[in-house]
Design a protein around this ligand. Structure first.
Ligand SMILES: Nc1ncnc2c1ncn2[C@@H]1O[C@H](COP(=O)(O)OP(=O)(O)OP(=O)(O)O)[C@@H](O)[C@H]1O
Ligand SMILES: [Mg+2]
Length: 247
């Protein structure tokens, strides 16, 4: 039986109209993401990673409902709603027929899952960036999307908080195995989290330069990954690629 590919980018090209004329941001991008896979898109700033992700986010859904959820670099919770209300709003939009009690249970379950249940009645402005990003993650997961799309969700966090959120994301993903496409330019983060790395060349006309399968066994622990006999080799391959495609 041939595998059904849930996400396939085939000869994807995106051109932006600018005052100086059309700019080809990404050209002829080809990539496949398989069922249950965690993929990272890696490349230099401005190469077109967010462009590719937003095309995936907006691509025509093949079924009804909210099948893809996005988390961006900057938390974008509604400031006039509490944490619980922010997540409840997403749940209501995705599943309008839930009873009040069912909705509440679902919201609380996801807040619990990412470890922010204690903040449920707080306002976003009262929370650290890291906690706000956890809530954004809970909100994205709460609609039970088929695809979880993450655009540098941890880039604004200090490194300890980033490690914490990477661990939370990894734990949650081990439990539910959504298809994840995550943009990052942190090589260590990509090697820790992903099954496959989609390495993009610099733009304009950025392309997929290489796709690497990450061989570290799961479930993963940070130290075990760092000490894996092939870690240095893979790290070096990614750094080499990025250096050879720097503009
Ligand atoms: N709406 C737009 N209009 C014109 N040009 C755009 C638009 N959006 C993006 N671009 C251009 O397309 C290219 C790719 O941008 P994109 O934001 O996808 O890169 P990126 O890899 O996500 O960058 P970063 O790492 O800084 O987030 C850039 O040259 C950018 O200037
Ligand atoms: Mg971007």
């Amino acid at each position: 039986m041939t595998e059904r590919i849930p996400l396939e980018l085939a000869a994807l090209t995106k051109t932006f109209a600018t005052p100086a004329g059309p700019v080809v941001a990404v050209q002829d991008v080809n990539a496949r993401v398989h069922e249950g896979e965690f993929a990272c898109i890696l490349g230099h700033s401005g190469c077109g990673k967010s462009t590719v992700l937003s095309i995936i986010a907006g691509a025509k859904a093949d079924g009804p409902g909210t099948d893809r959820a996005v988390v961006f670099q900057a938390p974008c919770l509604l400031p006039w709603l509490t944490v619980r209300e922010n997540v409840a709003l997403a749940v209501t939009q995705a599943s309008p027929r839930l009873t009040r009690a069912e909705r509440r249970a679902r919201v609380d379950r996801y807040l619990e899952l990412v470890g922010v249940a204690d903040s449920a009645d707080q306002w976003p402005g009262e929370l650290s960036l890291g906690t706000q990003q956890c809530v954004s993650l809970a909100r994205a997961l709460s609609v039970d999307p088929r695809f979880l799309l993450l655009d540098e969700p941890f880039a604004m966090l200090d490194s300890l908080t980033r490690f914490e959120l990477q661990d939370i994301l990894l734990q949650v993903w081990e439990q539910n195995r959504k298809i994840v496409v995550m943009v990052t330019h942190d090589v260590d983060e990509a090697l820790y989290l992903a099954d496959r790395l989609i390495l993009m060349t610099d733009g304009p006309s950025a392309r997929v330069g290489e796709i690497l399968s990450v061989p570290f066994p799961r479930p993963r622990a940070r130290m075990a990954v760092l000490e894996h006999p092939r870690y240095v080799e893979f790290h070096g391959r990614v750094i080499d690629f990025l250096e050879n495609h720097a503009s």
